[in-house]
Design a protein. Structure first.
Length: 124
């Protein structure tokens, strides 16, 4: 990072995957199913979503799936990975906790205007 100016600058370093082993069709399908679960949850919450499923035949499917998860830490983790299989597995693994956080957030947004608290205090 170069901080000589008022705004941050940096140099882009392009890289390629280190692991070129083929990704199993089963892993790709699981990742697409995870993507569909997230897309359905976003639809139910009224959030915008991509119109169509990504192409399973794309060599870097993970980069097509990742933008649906609006978590910068997760996306950064994916960008650091040098394996498509690893990225797809990480995407699958993040789906359940991500959906739980989204549902909790939606619930709190519904409840907070009612009394200022998201849940009942522990003392009651």
């Amino acid at each position: 990072i170069n901080e000589e100016k008022d705004y941050l600058q940096g140099e882009v370093e392009y890289f390629d995957d280190e692991d070129w082993s083929p990704v199993s069709a089963e892993l790709r399908i699981q990742a697409l199913e995870a993507y569909r679960h997230i897309r359905q949850a976003l639809h139910e919450a009224g959030d915008e979503q991509p119109a169509a499923d990504p192409d399973l035949n794309q060599p870097r499917l993970s980069f097509q799936l990742a933008p649906i998860v609006d978590d910068l830490d997760f996306q950064n983790m994916l960008l650091r990975s040098r394996s498509e299989s690893e990225r797809l597995q990480q995407f699958i693994d993040v789906t359940k906790p991500y959906l739980e956080r989204r549902r909790y957030k939606a619930r709190m947004q519904r409840l907070a205007p009612m009394n200022g608290f998201g849940h009942r205090p522990a003392s009651l």
